[in-house]
Design a protein around this ligand. Structure first.
Ligand code: HDD
Length: 724
């Protein structure tokens, strides 16, 4: 993966220096940023220089080691500090990674809100984004089947706005009070703490059966959305229903969406499984690498808006987080762009200590009565106290970039020193008075209940009780291969449930509520009685944009993709350099994988004289045993006599077969066709492409059938692998 340290200065720090004038949060963080790569000598935490950080002070007799002395305050400090390095991991979303960036607006939505961040098109609002998985603990793998968190902290001129969303637009439960039950059920089981990073176990599926409101979300989690190719290639959703308030005090209901410019793409399940072992940090490294290579990930911000007077016009309750607002009913409007362009400097003080809070909104944005959101607004602040202490908002990553001043004081680890003799309001100096209307304070929308007969009840409105219509809508909207993947995902998960009550009820009841064919297929796979009757008719409706295939970029692109080039001694240098340059020119990352990591020479013994490394040969980025095809989006093999070496090597043959099996593009020139045909057999379609501007050598494009037929060729890929 990419080199992180460049000439002593982290690349991210160079960006800070360059963009310091533009990004207020970068400037703010510089106050607390130091660089370890200086020649300053080590000191103790209280500043005293230390000459021996390696040996504990001892009472030493001649030629003896001697007893270690408790007196050694330097050794004790080092051990004390170490003993207390860990803080509680997040109770959910423990595994994650973050990056800095900016948010800009394409257009003002001042008719909907008076929030500066959504109306001032000249602003460049700093952001910090943390992506995460939900179930696994901090050290779990990135590519597990799970929901991904997509939490955005906007450092606006009016304070922090935290939009804490996921890559799936709906949620498992409707009431916040159900969240602990849900999390207990999905997390490792209490008696043995198994499984890690998976929902494939009895308790989760038992919960799903017993909570029909989880059905819709479960369909999404069993779809390809739950195994994204990259954080850069997934959608984000605020999920909850928020409120926008304009300067005239009128409110609209709103849902927020992030749409990736690179399109929405997923791994196939076999890749996800292998990557979890081969490179558990796959997504984390992918994000850092893209930013280091200046292929900055970008998302459009979209909003769906429902005016207050239309809130009852839908068959679902618009405050129900288990429902989407179908885009044919509530169109999506694109208003702004998020770009991530700076990697973190240090994981703990930034990604681990960043603390999001759904209750952090800015004037012009407010909360609806969405019952899940109301509960979240209590929970996040509370959990940060347990993770970080009461002064968590003072930490550099969490503090706002606008002025912050009030009479809240003290608590463990208070940093701020406030001068003056009063710490209460009102006071005789009129110090820190409340904001006047001209100072743009946050004012809660003066909502009236409108109900004369208001009673206190633990309940939800009637529309919250319909749980299957949108699950059907989602399933109906999938392409054939997406459905096929869902059948397999359900098969995998339920195979890990050994309690027949769990898998029989799921297949025989819950899935039959969605689609009889789906239930029958899954029942057969997992050994449950095969249902014969649908429990409800399929309404047959579809919403195309629920399928991630609808999010392909309008112009196909390989930008930001990792492409392996396989070589051994005797490769064709014209093809190698030509394709490498073409890959770079298209914004992708060529990674050379060789038979060894010492210099490899082209056919004829040397690389062309135009190459700076001609005399030394090509030093590959990796040798073949250090990486696997799963880490790349495509593979290119230049022709030349080296093909004979590759053909004889089982691992290179497996590389070709596996790439084919995972439906990725294989390309080659000249003799490379022999390798491809040797491994993949004659049935596969080896297409010869003419040289183009971006691919200036004649090359063979192979092999997978394109587009929607890809899924079907998946099995075929492995058939051929077995035959090879
Ligand atoms: Fe949550 C973390 C997203 C419902 C309670 N949640 C957390 C994170 C994300 C979400 C992305 C990680 C933030 C980070 O990177 O630090 N949560 C959601 C979404 C939900 C949702 C999209 C449904 C709309 N969450 C939800 C409910 C509750 C919580 C209903 C409690 C009543 N969530 C938490 C938490 C966490 C959290 C326990 C753990 C760590 C943290 O807050 O900071 O408070």
């Amino acid at each position: 993966m990419a080199t992180i340290i460049a000439g002593g200065l982290h690349k991210a720090q160079e960006v800070v220096k360059n963009s310091a004038s533009k990004n207020k949060k970068n400037v703010d963080l510089e106050r607390d940023t130091v660089n370890v790569q200086t020649k300053q000598c080590q000191t103790a935490d209280h500043g005293v220089n230390i000459s021996n950080p390696d040996n504990w002070l001892k009472g030493v007799a001649p030629n003896r080691t001697g007893a270690s002395l408790l007196e050694d305050q330097i050794a004790r400090e080092k051990i004390h500090r170490f003993d207390h390095e860990r803080i509680p991991e997040r109770v959910v979303h423990a595994r994650g990674t973050g990056a800095f960036g900016n948010f800009t607006l394409y257009e003002s939505i001042e008719e909907l809100t008076h929030a500066g961040v959504l109306t001032d098109t000249s602003r460049n609002t700093p952001v910090f984004v943390r992506f995460s998985t939900v179930q696994g603990s901090r050290g779990s793998a990135d590519t597990v089947r799970d929901v991904r968190g997509f939490a955005v902290k906007f450092y606006t001129d009016e304070g922090i706005w935290d939009l804490v969303g996921n890559n799936i637009p709906v949620f498992f439960v409707q009431e916040a009070i159900k969240f602990p039950d849900f999390v207990h059920a999905v997390k490792p089981e209490p008696h043995n703490e198994v499984p890690q990073g998976q929902s494939a176990h009895n308790n989760f599926w038992d919960f799903v059966y017993l909570h029909p409101e989880a059905t819709h979300m479960v369909m999404w989690v069993m779809s390809d959305r739950a195994i994204p190719r990259s954080f850069r290639m997934m959608q984000g959703f605020g999920v909850n229903t928020f409120v926008l308030v304009n300067k005239d005090g009128k409110r609209h209901f709103v849902k927020f969406h992030w749409i990736p410019k690179l399109g929405v793409h997923s791994l196939v399940w076999d890749e996800a499984l292998k990557l979890a072992g081969q490179d558990p940090d796959f997504h984390r490294k992918d994000l850092m690498e893209a930013i280091d290579n200046k292929v900055y990930p970008k998302w459009d911000l979209g909003i769906q808006v429902i005016p207050e007077e239309k809130q009852d016009d839908f068959e679902f309750d618009i405050l129900d987080a288990t429902k989407v607002w179908p885009e044919d009913l509530v169109p999506l409007r694109i208003i702004g762009q998020l770009e991530l362009n700076r990697n973190i400097d240090e994981f703990f003080p930034q990604t681990e200590q960043v603390a999001f809070c759904t209750s952090h909104v800015v004037p012009g944005i407010d909360f609806s009565d969405d019952p899940l959101l109301q509960g979240r607004n209590f929970s996040y602040f509370d959990t940060q106290i347990s993770r970080l202490g009461i002064n968590w908002e003072e930490l550099p990553i969490n503090r706002p970039v606008c002025p912050m001043m009030n009479h809240n004081r003290d608590g463990a680890m208070r940093h701020r020193i406030t001068q003056g003799t009063v710490n209460y309001w009102p006071n005789r100096f009129e110090a820190l008075p409340p904001a006047t209307p001209d100072e743009g304070p946050f004012t809660t929308y003066p909502q009236t209940t409108g109900d004369a007969g208001l009673v206190k009840k633990r309940s939800l409105s009637d529309k919250f009780r319909e749980h299957h219509s949108q699950a059907q809508l989602f399933f109906n909207s999938m392409s054939a291969h997406e459905r096929n993947h869902m059948v397999k995902a359900l098969g995998f998960e339920l195979d890990h449930c050994d309690d027949p009550t769990v898998y029989e009820r799921l297949a025989g009841h819950r899935l039959v509520e969605i689609d009889l064919g789906l239930a029958q297929k899954v029942a057969e796979i997992v050994g449950a009685p095969i249902p014969s009757k649908a429990l409800r008719p399929n309404h047959g409706r579809r919403a195309p944009r629920l399928s991630q295939e609808e999010f392909m970029p309008t112009t196909p692109t390989i930008e930001g993709r990792r492409i392996a080039i396989l070589i051994g001694d005797g490769f064709d240098s014209a093809a190698f350099y030509g394709m490498k340059a073409a890959i770079k020119a298209a914004g992708a990352l060529p990674v050379v994988v060789g038979t060894k990591r010492s210099p490899i020479f082209a056919e004829g013994g040397a690389s062309p004289s135009s190459s700076p490394i001609s005399k030394k040969g090509v030093v590959p980025d990796h040798q073949y045993n250090g990486v696997r095809s799963t880490l790349f989006d495509a593979t290119f093999i230049p022709g030349g006599p080296h093909i004979q070496t590759l053909i004889k090597n089982g691992q290179f043959r497996y590389w070709i077969a596996e790439t084919f099996g995972h439906l990725k593009t294989l390309g080659g020139t000249g003799e490379a066709a022999d390798l491809l045909k040797h491994v993949l057999g004659s049935e596969v379609d080896v297409k010869v492409a003419a040289p183009t501007d971006t691919a200036p050598v004649e090359w063979y494009g192979v092999v997978t059938a394109g587009g929607r037929q890809r899924a079907e060729s998946f099995g075929q890929g492995f058939e051929i692998l077995r035959g090879a």
